[in-house]
Design a protein around this ligand. Structure first.
Ligand SMILES: [Zn+2]
Length: 118
């Protein structure tokens, strides 16, 4: 099954699998354009402010949490987690924000830092 010439689906998925023929490169470009326009918040696709999430992810990142762990806890793509850590996201889709909110539980309990040591 694998490696049979012609079995590859050309288009953006072919490009993703390492095929760099013209069809795949064009397909990938078109796919990128499409997902970009979806991200930029057209009517009917409301987005939420990413700032609070950037704060949480940034804090976790500075505390030494790994991108992999944050991705595991939230179920987000590692690239999304990294973008949030770096403050490269301004808006999030509601579904993404919902998942990103799960990262809050990774923050240390602030009451423990508050100085109530025995
Ligand atoms: Zn191809």
């Amino acid at each position: 099954m694998k490696g049979v010439p012609g079995s590859l689906t050309h288009g953006h998925s072919g490009y993703a699998h390492g095929c760099h023929c013209q069809v795949c490169i064009e397909g990938h470009r078109a796919y990128g354009r499409e997902s970009y326009s979806r991200r930029s918040g057209s009517p009917g696709h409301p987005t939420v402010d990413a700032a609070p999430f950037v704060e949480v992810f940034g804090a976790l990142y500075r505390m030494g949490e790994s991108i992999r762990r944050m991705a595991e806890v939230t179920g987000l793509e590692r690239s999304t987690v990294l973008a949030l850590c770096m403050g490269e996201r301004r808006r999030l889709r509601p579904h993404t924000a919902e998942r990103a909110a799960l990262a809050v539980q990774m923050l240390p309990d602030v009451s423990l830092i508050g100085g109530e040591t025995p």
